[in-house]
Structures are given as C-alpha cells and as structure tokens.
Write a protein of this length. Structure first.
Lengths: 323, 306
C-alpha cells in the first residue's frame, strides 16, 4: 500500500500547476477550449500499477503461451522452436481427445441446467413473502464457499457410504457408485457445478425479472393464460437477453472446468485418466519439474480459442434473434 | 401496516377476522394478496430448495462434530451428533498445520483486497476522469486482459513467476490477480457515473488530480469499492488452481491447498476432512451474513461486465 502512493501524489501535485486540460464528461465530448497542453505524467502514474500488473501477469503470459506452444520448452529446459509439432501431436494424443470430449460434455450438461434452474428459482424467490430474504441469502451460500470446500462436501455426500447413498438405501433404491463409475462421476461433478452456480445466476435473473413490466403478466392473466403459459409467453421473452448472458458466462466457465473434477476424480482424473478435462490436462502436463511447458501451452491455446469462439457464438446467436 | 392489521384482528374490530387470520396479509410487490394454496406451495418449494442448498453444509458440520466412536455411515443416517465434540478440530490441527494455512489464506486475501482496492481505484480514475493521449488504448488493454481466461495462461504465469524467483511464495500467489482488470473497469464505470460538476468546481478552485481523486471522487464510490474488496477477499480465499500450481512447499500452503492435501492423504477419516472444510468455509459465511448487500450487488455489476 505504501510504495506506489507517495510517487503518485508528488507527481500529481507538480503536474497540477501546469495542467490546463479541461476534462470533459465523456470521451465523446470535446472541451470547448482548443488550447490543451498535455502533461501525461500524472494520469499515467495513476494507471501505472494496474497496467504493470496486467502487462506482466496477464498479457505477457498470454503472448508467452502462444510462443511456447511452438516450442518444446520444459520447466527446466528453455526449448527450441518446433513449429506445429505440438499441435500435430495433439491430434494423435488420446488423452487430449478425452479431455476435449469431457470439457465439451461438461458444457453440454451444465449450461441448459444453469440457464433454466436459476430462472425458476428466481421466480420462486421473487415475491416478497415473509422470510424471503432469508431464503435468497441461504440459496446463495454455495456461491460463497470455496470450490474445494464444495468439492469435498460432495465427495463425502456421494461417497459409497455417504449421506446420499444412506438415503437411497433407506428408501430401498440401493447404493449407487457415484464416484466410481466414469460417467456417473462426470455427471455428479456437473451436478455440483450446477449446485454451486444456482444462487449466483438466481441473483442475475432477479435483477432482470424486476424489469419485466407487471402489465404484461396482468394482460396475459386476463386473457386466461395459466402460470406455465405466462412463463413461456411473458417471462422468457422478457429475460431472453439475460438468458443469453447466463448461457455465455456458464458455457465459458463449464468448458474450463477444473476443480470439481480434480477433487472428485482425483488429480489424474480417475484410474486411467478417463475423467480428465482439458484444463486438468494443462495443469498435469505443464507443471512440476519435468513439466512439458510447450505441449501444455499448445493445449492452453486450444482452451483459449474454444473459449473465445464460444463467446462470439453466443453473442452472435443473440444478435441474430434480435434481427 | 401489518401491525395495525393484527391489532384489529385480535380486538375483533374487523368484519371478517376469521378470513384474515387464516390468510395473514401477505401481498406481492403490487400489494395484491397471494392465495393461501399458492403460499403453501411456495414455502414447500422454498424449504425443499433450502434442504438441497444448505443441507450439505449442515451435514458436513454434523459430521465434523461426531465423535470417533459414533457411526457416521449409518443407514438411515443420523443427522444430529449423539455426543457433539470438538475433538475432530483438534485432530485436523494435529494432522496438518491448519491454523498456519488459515493464516496464510488470510494474508493472501488481505493483500489481495488492499492491492485491488488501491490499484483499481487509481487506474479506474485515470481511465474515467483524466484526459491524456493513449487513454483509449489503456482502456482497451484492461478490456483485453479481462477477456483472457486465466486457465489458458496459468502455465505461462507459472514460468513467469519462476523467472521472477517468486514461485512457491505467498507473494507469488497474490501477484497475478493483485489488480484485476475487471475491478479496474468496475471502478472506471463507477467514476463515470458520478456527476462531473463537483469535480469541475474543485478543478476550477485549483485542486489537482490527486486531490480531486482522494477528496471528491473516491468517497462517492465507496459502494463499488466495497464490492471490489469483498470479491477480492472471496476470490483469494477460495482460489484453488493458481495456488495449487505455484505452491509446492507444504509449509506455505493456503487453506484450500491444505484441504486438498488433507483429502488426498488422510481421506480415511471423513470427520477430520469435514472439520477442515468447516474451518475453511466458516469465515466466508460469516462475512456473507454481515455484508450480503455487497455480495448481491457485486453479482449484478460483475455480470454486466464479465
């Protein structure tokens, strides 16, 4: 806290005497005075700490990831340029395809649930009935908890001898190997992701629902539309852009899933790595003293490209429906 | 309103006291009464969702309080510990240095709050209020940085940290997110939404950029600053992937990494793991209970940007 501030202060003070620039309200508005003398030191000093951190720890690593993806760099070996060799290797790497498949499956499973369930939940907590603020807050609790806590809670809940299985046995269904079967485990992890995200997206939907004109519901009611009908003809169209936003946010997050599966399936994604996701593969391949930084970077580039493509795709779908 | 209503009911001054008693004045946001069956249905659903969302936390708490001799695997399950004990919390501390880990987490989270608040307020002000050549480029830099998914650059962040000699340190844990681009843009928007006239008046009176920032602009964006602070704390306290990659020495673990370690090594006793997770989650639940408003506000502001 102490280090950046004094410099900024002194620089700002010295510059103030000569500063003639008349700041406009927005960037679009030009100041009336045409006489402008720029004294760039002070603004740049304000922005400097932020720019420095972002440049060194986000933008440089990003460029470095792209560059490394064309090398055979390892943790302790600088490596040399190998062209597209890493990407060619990806095409023949079964583990990469497993990871890609699981990450895509994860997205396909999680996104519809996270678009729909929080909306229903928001409708449930929308009306101001007594105690509703308590329920809203309580539903948000899983969002606040660390993903590690959440993961470990559910590892215990879904354990062979855990609560869920005890209950299933008590009602006569019998025990289910949630964490031992490859597909059930992936499905359980998806359920955990949805469980943790419910409250977050509920709050987003609540804000959107507050803007739905009451008259629409009333008019539909008068016309004899039931609750279900009104949901599809009034609520959904009114919050459609929010649904697109939620779809964008949740699909990007789901594709990059790491912690849930890491905690539930173990660091190797199951005995033969069959539950590995793409980001787990990045972490496993690129870290440690023998980490293959170059190859992990190539996988990272794939993660980045898919993420950006997803965002563009969802935003484009939004615009198309608008037209 | 409801108080007077109750009084009238009890004193029998209303004409239909019976109906009122059965249906207390529960209205929606437009003041229209909600029907009883709908109310019952709503509360039933609310309680069901409550059991699903909060139940697992309570089960974890219950498990952590069960003694070594109590069967935690019974079917049907026993929800309340027969003989509640804090023994498991002592056993976590015997197994891993859990309080050291908690202190490490606290250090990381506090540092993250301070750097994010100071750094993003300064940068946000520069982007919103100060005029200089290159401002648009600076804004663009932050927007681009916000769009880069952290997961796709962690390996390079790790090699960068190694180059700086900061891997396996708590400073290394804090640095990459210490001034998040998203927070800078949040602060920028907050400053842009302030009316400009007061600052202009101060400017005419000769206040320099630093004085305008500190005395006029900053006190007006306290709410957004609180949001930044809370999410910085929560983000650092809850983070998993980055500390997992950058920390290798068990002595320097944060709580989340320590829990993962505990789970991997001593998974044989669920009571200990349960106690560890409760230690990790309790501070945040308390924080959330006290400052809910800012948590919810942060979701709204973050979603619009993110």
């Amino acid at each position: 806290m102490t280090s950046p501030l004094p410099t900024v202060k002194s620089a700002a003070e010295t510059s103030a005497n000569t500063e003639v620039t008349r700041p406009a309200k927005t960037s679009g508005e030009r100041p009336a005075s045409r006489v402008r003398r720029h004294l760039p030191t002070s603004p740049w000093l304000f922005a400097a700490p932020g720019l420095l951190v972002v440049a060194v720890f986000i933008l440089y690593p990003f460029v470095s990831t792209v560059v490394n993806s064309f090398t055979d760099r390892r943790t302790l070996i600088p490596g040399e340029f190998v062209g597209l060799a890493n990407f060619r290797e990806l095409l023949h790497d079964d583990m990469f395809w497993t990871g890609l498949r699981n990450s895509v499956l994860y997205m396909v499973g999680v996104v519809p649930a996270l678009v729909l369930l929080p909306l229903l939940l928001a409708l449930l907590v929308q009306k101001n009935i007594p105690g509703i603020t308590f329920f809203r807050s309580a539903f948000y609790t899983p969002v606040v908890a660390s993903i590690v806590v959440v993961g470990l809670i559910w590892v215990w809940m879904l354990d062979e001898r855990g609560l869920v299985n005890s209950l299933l046995e008590a009602v006569g269904i019998g025990r289910v190997g949630f964490l031992s079967d490859q597909w059930l485990l992936l499905l359980s992890a998806m359920a955990v992701t949805v469980w943790k995200g419910l409250g977050y997206y509920m709050i987003i939907y609540l804000a959107a629902l507050a803007n739905v004109p009451r008259e629409l519901h009333e008019a539909a009611s008068v016309d004899g539309a039931g609750a279900v009908r009104r949901f599809f003809t009034v609520t959904v169209p009114a919050v459609r852009s929010t649904m697109v936003l939620v779809a964008a946010l949740s699909s990007v997050a789901a594709f990059k899933v790491f912690s849930e599966v890491y905690l539930m399936a173990g660091p190797n994604g199951g005995p033969a790595g069959e539950d590995t996701t793409l980001v787990m593969l990045v972490q496993r391949t690129g870290t440690g003293l023998t980490g293959r930084v170059g190859y992990a970077s190539a996988i990272s580039v794939v993660v980045f490209v898919v993420t950006v493509a997803l965002m563009l795709l969802v935003l484009r779908a939004d615009r198309k429906e608008d037209a | 309103m409801s108080v007077t209503e109750d009084v009238r009911v009890t004193t029998g001054m209303t004409r239909k006291p019976v109906r009122r008693r059965r249906a207390p004045r529960v209205t929606d946001e437009n003041g229209r009464r909600i029907r009883v069956w709908e109310l019952v249905l709503r509360y039933a659903l609310l309680l069901a969702v409550l059991a699903i969302t909060v139940g697992p936390f309570l089960w974890q708490l219950s498990t952590s309080l069960k003694g070594t001799h109590e069967d935690i695997f019974s079917s049907p399950p026993t929800f309340l510990p027969a003989d509640p004990t804090l023994h498991n919390y002592e056993r976590v501390a015997d197994t891993i240095p859990v309080w050291d880990y908690a202190f490490n987490s606290l250090k990381v989270a506090t540092a993250n709050v301070v750097t994010n608040c100071v750094g993003s307020a300064l940068a946000g002000y520069a982007l919103a209020r100060l005029r200089y050549r290159g401002r648009k480029i600076a804004t663009l830099v932050f927007i681009l940085a916000m769009l880069v998914p952290v997961e796709s650059i962690v390996i390079a962040q790790f090699t960068t940290m190694r180059e700086l000699g900061l891997n396996n340190t708590l400073v290394g844990v804090v640095l990459p997110g210490c001034i998040a681009a998203m927070n800078v843009l949040l602060m920028r928007n907050a400053f842009l939404n302030l009316p400009y006239e007061i600052e202009e008046a101060a400017y005419v009176d000769g206040a320099n950029a630093w004085q305008r920032f500190l005395r006029i602009a900053l006190p007006s964006v306290k709410g957004t600053l609180a949001v930044v602070a809370i999410f910085a704390f929560m983000g650092a306290w809850d983070d998993f992937l980055w500390p997992l990659i950058v920390l290798s020495d068990p002595a320097k673990f944060t709580l989340t990494i320590g829990l993962n370690y505990l789970h991997g090594t001593f998974a044989n006793d669920e009571r200990i793991v349960a106690a560890g997770t409760i230690i990790a989650v309790a501070p945040l639940i308390i924080l959330f209970a006290c400052l809910q408003r800012y948590f919810f506000r942060g979701v709204g502001e973050g979603a619009v940007k993110g």
